[in-house]
Write a protein that binds this ligand. Sequence first.
Ligand code: SAM
Length: 236
Amino acid sequence: MLPNFPKPLPEGDKPVNRTVNVDDRLYQYLVDVSVREDDLLKALRRETAQYHMARMQLSPEVGQLLALLVKLQAPKKLLEIGVFTGYSTLSMAMAMPKEAKLVAIEKKQMWLDIATRYLDQAGVMDRVTTYCDKALPVMESLLEEQSETFDFVFIDADKQNLLSYYQLAKQLLRPGGCLLIDNTLWWGNVADEAFTDKDTRIVRELNKTIHADKGVELSLIPIGDGLTVVRKIPKA
Ligand SMILES: C[S@@+](CC[C@H](N)C(=O)[O-])C[C@H]1O[C@@H](n2cnc3c(N)ncnc32)[C@H](O)[C@@H]1O
């Protein structure tokens, strides 16, 4: 069975990446009273809306939460898996401390080109290193010399490799570091037994794995398509 994608809303630049059953009126209220979207992020969202893949983009309220968590954690070293056109990358890069560095991995050059243009405009590109490659080999190579050195990791890529991304990200993360995983409610399909496709099964498996993992603290926040926030517990 195919994922239960929500119907796109009529206006091109309205965000559609949301699962939790908030009706349009309440969602609009939530946006009106809480979202303060930077003009550059707004422009990126508008540009991305022309692509049929636009629904992969983070919603503004999720981007804003990401930025807020970055500010609270003040990470020096960040890692992102799955850049797309760079909404999350830009949100994190503009929120991170001036001395911080962000490593961002995306397999498609076309998306990275768009992201780079906006990161340049924001004046943060000198602090962002991009890899145009599949995330698994890049993460494995980072592990060789940078194990437990990242303060903040955001995973928002393919679901097929999600369990490996989780395990590798935990190894790259320093104790006390923060790991965020997007789409953990997977269009609501995770809770519907009728959905037995591979991606849904993997997201369910990940959620069970994190819940059972005594090495982390977690919260699954019902925002956007579900955002799991994990803290790697320092060893006593
Ligand atoms: C959901 S989108 C990311 C959305 C992005 N975080 C944002 O804020 O707009 C997932 C991205 O992961 C990329 N991707 C998929 N599989 C990948 C892989 N194995 N390695 C690296 N990137 C991958 C896709 O090309 C796509 O751009």
